[in-house]
Design a protein. Sequence first.
Length: 232
Amino acid sequence: MQIFPENVSTYGQKIDDLFWLTLVFVMIAFVVSLFVLLYPLIKNRQSNSPKAQYVTGNKMKNFKWVLIALIALLGSDFVILYVEHDTWTEIESLPAKADVHVGITARQWNFIFTYPGPDGILGTADDVVIDEMNSSLHVPINKNVVFELRSQDVIHGFFLANTRLKQDAVPGRTIIRWFNITKEGKYDISCTQICGILHSKMRNFVLAESDDKYKHFTDSLYSANSHKTASN
Ligand SMILES: [Cu+2]
């Protein structure tokens, strides 16, 4: 059963597995809570027990159930923490090798993409900035794409659902994250923070391409850009 957008990243499946693990614990807690609420209602209904009982809960006989629930909840939290640790470390830390380095800047109401230019280094004079509504960020497949995320105005949320990566863009901060897409295609980037009146129009894409197509794209982008700077 496919209830999520297709996962196309190297680490997306691990996030999905964590989702299902968390859901199992929450479902167990949900069923137990319902039972604890409903069972006494039925068992102690008026025809069974006409006299009401007042339980203060400060005797150990009653209070132990609070403790048991607390330990069960804390225990499942620790199981999730333990299981997620490796995934968290992998996704939150940068990959040993960054194949592509790009800049992504959020602004009301668009994501602006900065390519590093022919030298492959961000923040130099040959950088190329694409600032268009609904534009696509081109990336090669099976490569570690490291990006620097910024915001020029308010808090935006960068969400690339097909990779399971979601990161807020916070004004004044540069946040470095990464993804690696394993399948060619065009994937939605949506903004997940209500960032103003046109928030819902804030929609860009990641275009994941083969190495050849990606090289073709950057070559033509960079040569068009060098003509532009040469003629200026
Ligand atoms: Cu936004």
